[in-house]
Ligand binder design. Sequence first.
Ligand SMILES: NC(=O)c1ccc[n+]([C@@H]2O[C@H](COP(=O)([O-])OP(=O)(O)OC[C@H]3O[C@@H](n4cnc5c(N)ncnc54)[C@H](OP(=O)(O)O)[C@@H]3O)[C@@H](O)[C@H]2O)c1
Length: 317
Amino acid sequence: MEYRKLGDSELEVSVIGYGCWAMGKRFWGDDVDDEESIRAVHRALELGITLFDTADVYGMGHSERVLGEALKGHRDEMIIATKGARVWDEETLEVTGSDISAGHMIKACNDSLARLGIDCIDLYQVHTSYEGAPIEECAEALVNLQQEGKIRYIGVSNYSVPDMQRHIATAPLISLQPPYNMLTRGIEEEILPFCIEHNIGTLVYGPMAQGLLSGKYREGATWPESDMRHNSPRFQGEQFERNLAAIERLKAIAQADGKTVAQLAVAWCLNQPGVTVALCGVKRPSQIEETAAAAGWKLSDDELAQIDCIITETGAG
Ligand SMILES: NC(=O)c1ccc[n+]([C@@H]2O[C@H](COP(=O)([O-])OP(=O)(O)OC[C@H]3O[C@@H](n4cnc5c(N)ncnc54)[C@H](OP(=O)(O)O)[C@@H]3O)[C@@H](O)[C@H]2O)c1
C-alpha cells in the first residue's frame, strides 16, 4: 500500500480509502450483508488500508454502527472519517435537507461517536454546504468539538472554493471530499488548484463512477429500484452504450499493464495533481482486494493522454 500525508495534518493515510456508503444498506441494491461488510473491512486492514470513510446518513446510522462493530480490536490501525449535515425523517428514513448550524453539527457529531463506539473521530467532515449555509458558525462549532477532544481534524465535502474560503477564514481545514473520476471532472479547473495552493488534502469519491468503471456491466444491464443506478442517466440508454464503448477501449490500456479497468479508474484519480486519496466503495472482500491493487501504479503521460482521447472520442460521461 502507498501512504500520503493528508493536507496540513499528522495523518498518514492509505491512498486507497475504504468507502462505507454501501455498508449502510440503502440506495445500493439488495446484495449488501453486514457480516460480509465486516469481513471486507478486516480484509482491507490486511491489505494495508488505514482510512475508512462513512457518514451519519449512510443507511441513517447503519453504516456507522457496522463500522463500529468492525473496528473493535482494530481501532489503533484505523483512521475513522465520518460526516454530518444531512437531516432525515426518522419514520420514512427520507432525507429532508441539510443543516450545518452549530446545534445540529454538535448533536450529529455526538450521535456519530455513540454509533461508532469511539471517543474521538479522526476526521470529522461537513457533508455539504447549501444556499444560506452558516459556514462560519459551523466552523466555530467544529473548533469547539476539536478542543473538547471529540474530533481530531476538520474536513469538508462538496464545498465550492468560496465555501472553503469562508471556512478557512474561521477554522483549520485539512481536507476536501469532492466527486471525481475520469468522467466527472468538474473540480479540475478551480477546486483542485485551490486545494494545492492551500495544502488541503483531497479524498475523491466515486472513482469508479458508482461501479460503472469497474468494467463488469454489459449492454442491457438493469438495477433494482432499491439501487440509485436504476434511474441514473449514466447507466441508461445511449449514454450507457457510449460509456460501455469507452470501457472496452480502456480495458486494453489496463490489460497492457496487467491490470483491470477498475484499477485503471482508481489509479487514474491517484495520478492527478492535487488528489491525495481515492475513496473506493466496497460491498465485499473481493472488491477491495481488486481496487487496493491500484495503489502505487504510476500511469505514463502517454497512457493519460490515451484515456482523455478515448473519453472525448466515445462521448463517455
Ligand atoms: N461526500 C459525498 O457526498 C459522497 C458521495 C458519494 C460517495 N462518497 C464516499 O465515497 C465512497 C465511494 O463512492 P461510491 O461508492 O459512490 O463509488 P465507487 O467507488 O465509484 O463505486 C463503488 C461501487 O462499485 C462497485 N465496485 C467496487 N469495487 C469493485 C470491483 N473491484 N469490481 C467490481 N465492482 C466494484 C460496487 O458496487 P456494485 O457491486 O453494486 O456494482 C461498489 O459499491 C462512498 O462509499 C463514500 O464513502 C461520498
